[in-house]
Design a protein. Sequence first.
Length: 182
Amino acid sequence: MPDCENDLPSVLVVDDDIVFCEVLADALISRGYQVATAHSISDGMLKAGELEPEYAIIDLRIGQESGLELTRQLHAQDPNTRIVILTGYASIATAVEAIKLGAVHYLAKPADADEILASLHKDEGDSSIAPADNPLSVRRLEWEHLQKVLAECSGNISAAARKLRMHRRTLQRKLAKRPVKS
């Protein structure tokens, strides 16, 4: 292991859950990484400018902000930064957008440090993953559609609600719920 901290691979962890950030940072440090944490997009970009991270682990929802926006900014700053999106609100729409914006992987929470590190270093897809046996439920299809429209509106809930012809508070309530399993 290198003696100098600057020789360690660098990771930026951005999540509004402070405890999660600390636990993940400790786990990454114990595995030989230099880690910086942030809890907002602006703080994440500030830390990225200082650290110039090789890797970034970004929560999809950072308070009221979208981790997709941070993914876009980080990728524009350095296309070589390997980015993984973590989320408790996984959807097909946000997974597709994350990859289009420069993420190399998209993981549903809970994920441990070893799974996250493996995804940061994984370069190829896995063709052995079997397609689902059953189609998505109506509730899951609704969730996926809401996420798709929200992504089309760049995370703007008011614009998405107008597009869906739905009251903004109704959309917020639906988005605040955890997605239903298939």
